[in-house]
Write a new protein. Structure first.
Length: 336
């Protein structure tokens, strides 16, 4: 009879924690990849409006879900935790998404996705300094494979430089790429900081932490709503005034759906992955956001990936698989 996997393992040699963490990371990436399509679908709305609407809805939904358990949760959250949640909401949501939306609208969804694809490299290197679960030498091969995927997408974007949506100038395209780089740095800081908080407070579930982050983000989005919605109307911005009710209905339906799918549900999956995986591996999970963003972009354009795009996606997936392999516990030598 075939020997069953050892206790604590789902697959031979792969700990249950790693498998569960990667599964949650895949689920988060599948939902987060949708956010790259929103700026294309809502190209007639600016980045501030899209960002503030998404996070206002995130805050409203999170608050509604927290209310039944407000007494239990409030006893575990103090001033320090709220300040941390506000910082996480700013880095991982408001600042990140504003910069990302500008990048997608001005530089295109595929180039933005490839820049965000560098997040695994930055987080893995930072995580190795925080908690050296495996040696840096062991991490180099999967990181090189991930970088190969990014380079393949870069080569493709240079061969096909026209972004999706409305035509933009060269200056706008450069600004869009710079904004996406800013989003890269912002989210890297968020991932490391969020991982530390989840490890520091094991008494707070990933679901509750996701909802609390949503409430904090919703409060920040109220400030963002002033320049996004009120100022254009007061100063008679033609596009804002001329939009019809159907446009606004579509706008709130899309941003509300993304708030529930990407922010609430995706955030919960990500927090679970962050608690289960070491910091040297959690960064690799953001690869799935890039992969799904590319897949959704291909579906939106109704085309198949090119050779370089296939190479990019396979390299990114291979980098994750390799990273999981180097995190396997060493096999004990047989007695005698």
């Amino acid at each position: 009879m075939e020997k069953a996997p050892a206790d604590g393992e789902i697959l031979p040699g792969v700990p249950t924690r790693i498998v569960a963490g990667v599964s949650n990371g895949v689920a988060a990436g599948a939902l987060w990849g949708l956010v790259f399509i929103i700026p294309v679908v809502l190209h007639d709305f600016d980045s501030l409006q899209i960002s503030s609407a998404r996070y206002l809805m995130f805050g409203a939904v999170a608050l509604a879900l927290l209310l039944p358990n407000r007494e239990r949760v409030s006893t575990r959250i103090g001033r320090t935790e709220w300040l941390g949640l506000l910082g996480l909401g700013m880095l991982g949501n408001i600042l990140y998404y504003v910069l990302l939306v500008v990048g997608v609208q001005w530089a295109g969804s595929a180039p933005s996705a490839l820049i965000i694809g560098l997040i695994p490299v930055l987080i893995t290197l930072a995580g190795q300094r925080v908690q050296a679960v495996v040696s840096l030498r062991a991490l180099v091969p999967p990181l090189v494979l991930s970088v190969l995927g990014v380079l393949a997408m870069t080569a493709h974007s240079l061969l096909d430089p026209v972004p999706q949506g409305e035509p933009v100038s060269t200056q706008q395209r450069i600004v869009g790429l710079l904004c996406t780089c800013g989003a890269l740095v912002s989210w890297t800081l968020y991932a490391i900081w969020n991982h530390r908080w989840l490890r520091r407070r094991p008494d707070i579930s990933p679901w509750d932490w996701s909802l609390l982050t949503g409430v904090a983000t919703g409060g920040l989005a109220l400030l963002l709503a002033i320049p996004a919605f009120i100022v254009p109307v007061l100063f008679g911005d033609p596009p804002s005034v001329a939009r019809e009710a159907d446009d606004w209905l579509r706008f709130w339906l899309v941003t509300g759906t993304m708030a529930i799918l990407a922010s609430v549900t995706g955030g919960n999956f990500w927090n679970r992955a962050s608690r289960l995986l070491p910091p040297t591996m959690i960064g690799q999970m953001i690869v799935f956001e890039t992969i799904f963003a590319l897949l959704y972009s291909f579906l939106y354009d109704w085309r198949l990936p090119g050779m370089l795009e296939w190479l990019a996606m396979l390299s990114l997936i291979g980098g994750v698989a390799w990273c999981a392999r180097v995190h396997r516990p060493p096999v004990a030598a047989p007695a005698g």
